[in-house]
Design a binder for this molecule. Sequence first.
Ligand code: ADP
Ligand code: ASP
Ligand code: MG
Length: 403
Amino acid sequence: MDTIVLKFGGSSVSDNLNLNIVAQKIIEFKQKGNNVICVVSAQGKMTDNLIKEAKELSAIPDERELDALLSTGEQISASKLAILLNMLGYKAISLTGWQAGILTNSEYQSSKILDINVSRINKELQENKIVVITGFQGVDKKNNITTLGRGGSDTTAVAVAAAIKAKHCYIFSDVDGIYTADPRDVKLAHKLNSISYEEMSYISGEGAKVLHDRCVELAEKYNMPIIAASTFNKNKGTKICNSEQIKKSENSVESHDKSNMEETIIKSIIKNDNIIYIEIENYDNPYNLITTLVENNIKIGQYFIKNTKIAFTINKIDRAKVQKILDEIDKETKVIPVTKISIVGSGISNHTEIIKNVLESFYDIKNDIIDIDISACKISVLFNKIIDIKYLNELHNKIIEKN
Ligand code: ADP
Ligand code: ASP
Ligand code: MG
């Protein structure tokens, strides 16, 4: 009997109607004779709302208490789904992160999973139950509730799949796979049949919301294939797996159709405007500042130092934490919202024609470019303002559609 993990995100479990669609999908997998574990996110915008409410009470909420609050969102969706499955005649049990044995470190709001004690999950599976686990959370060694960071239910799903040695981890959302760009922004984006862990890791790392970056890292580490597919249709999704498996499927007759994007080097274009750029003048201790930011678990993107000027990018979500650190150094800081457009594809830096096309696409806004970063798997262009999606569409047209 195969064990599979099915993860459903916030839009998939947003209301009773969608919970019924999710339940039918789960039942299909169960009826095929699988052991089924589901991992769910909070319903709709519940986590956003809980954060907003906490911030109405305190600008920088106590980190431990914030995690205790945020974890409740997933508890609601998991228990509702288990209630529904039981009513439909399928034995189901909801487990919170800690009941499911998920042990994390104590970095509130961005905890890392240290270990999963799967004995409880196994016991419930042996009793033929569908196990519904709350995504995004665990417990630290002192029994404090922790959360894994925004979008972290994907990481819970892959971690559970790896710990239980599942066959596959399905990640269901409102989109039926991984596209060459966010299909909300680029209507002509194509769906990929498959993509390697490494390339997917860059796509997530550059800010594409579709999969949590740490879930891809984990999938690669444990060679756990992920299938990204839609909750709302039966279309074939995108398989995220190792390059060897992709090569095998490329040799099959089926994959040689015209829309197979694996035949081009570029896999996806990512527009990320969830970042801000911070610039400090006349500061003679940049090394210390960066060390402090890193020690406080702040993820730094690009980083520039010129004489006594220091600049760096951070995720918007860390703004309040960073501001607290900057207030202590008492220097004038400039904070601007920026956009980063990244093009991901293995070996991309060897293709000068792609770099040329990227530069041509941004000719009109060339004066807004702060930085261009080229590495083996990606080209990133950082702009000093929010860029209109028309540039993303033009770039997609030039480097993907015309390929
Ligand atoms: P969930 O709430 O189920 O976790 P997310 O909203 O986190 O789902 O992720 C799905 C969204 O990711 C899609 O609605 C889509 O707009 C966005 N997205 C961004 N980049 C891509 C991409 N390259 N391919 C597919 N979807 C993408
Ligand atoms: N509910 C959490 C969030 O909104 C985790 C997740 O959806 O994966 O970030
Ligand atoms: Mg998500």
